[in-house]
Structures are given as structure tokens and as C-alpha cells.
Design a protein around this ligand. Sequence first.
Ligand SMILES: [Zn+2]
Length: 93
Amino acid sequence: MYCQNCGSEIDVSAKICPYCGRIINISEVIQQKDTKIQEMEQKISELEQIVKEGSKSTNKAIKENLFQPWIFIFPVVFVVLFFMFFIILVAIR
Ligand SMILES: [Zn+2]
């Protein structure tokens, strides 16, 4: 662990910092670790939200891709039916 006062790396079991002589407050260290854990949890939840939003947008993209061909197929089918109707009219004559 690191000294709260001077930031030097000190032994976990040390009660006094050998570099600056500050008394190591264990509860302070634990509190610092708790805030770090909370920060990590917040980051994880943020990442989870990003992943969820990402999957939502990909689902939307898939739906758009499924819908897109119909925009092109409908006019083509319409034109083909029109020509078939025209050819039938000519053939009947
Ligand atoms: Zn120190």
C-alpha cells in the first residue's frame, strides 16, 4: 500500500511510514479502497449501458437492413407486372 501523506510504497503491516513518519490510518486506507471500488462499479455500469445501447442500435440496423430490400423490390415488381400486362395485351391482339 501507499502512504497517505508522502505517497511512498510501504509495507501493508507498517503502522508508521518509514519515509515521513506519519501514522498509518488503516480505516483511511480502507475508505480509499471503497471509493476506488465504487468508481470501478460506476465505470462497469457505464460500460454495461454502452454495450446495451450498442446492441439496441445494431438491432435497429438489422431491422433497417431487412426493410431496405422491399423499397427496391416493390417498384421492380410493379414495373415487371406492368410489362407483363402490356405483353399480354399485345399477344391478345
Ligand atoms: Zn509517508
